[in-house]
Design a protein. Structure first.
Length: 116
């Protein structure tokens, strides 16, 4: 991936996250924008989000984000200078529970190795 795409991904992630947390602080308090993956032609972007809580909360947050998609896209168009504003698709990022479990296992292994 080129440096330009990486910078655009990071910029879009910051803009979307900032917009949600300034305009919808009560609704988006449990939502974290974890990343953006934009296509090479800058026409489509997958916005990855994670949610604190059970899977039902993630489903509810996904529906809420889809309802706000046009508004978020309009804000990105104002704040990020691109020829075309990408179409946004929201994807639930469920890596957090797996990451925590792997960390727990590594800590158990590390703790077991230190004991004589």
């Amino acid at each position: 991936m080129s440096n330009r795409l990486l910078r655009v991904n990071e910029l879009m992630q910051r803009e979307i996250s900032a917009y949600l947390h300034t305009h919808y602080s009560s609704e988006s308090v449990a939502i974290t924008i974890t990343g953006v993956d934009i296509t090479g032609d800058l026409r489509e972007a997958k916005v990855f989000y994670s949610v604190l809580g059970p899977e039902a909360e993630a489903t509810r947050a996904g529906k809420w984000l889809l309802g706000k998609r046009a508004e978020i896209r309009a804000t990105v168009a104002k704040n990020v200078i691109l020829r075309q504003v990408p179409l946004l698709a929201f994807v639930h990022d469920n890596h957090a529970p797996r990451t925590l479990r792997i960390e727990e296992i590594l800590n158990e292994i590390d703790g077991g190795a230190k004991k004589p």
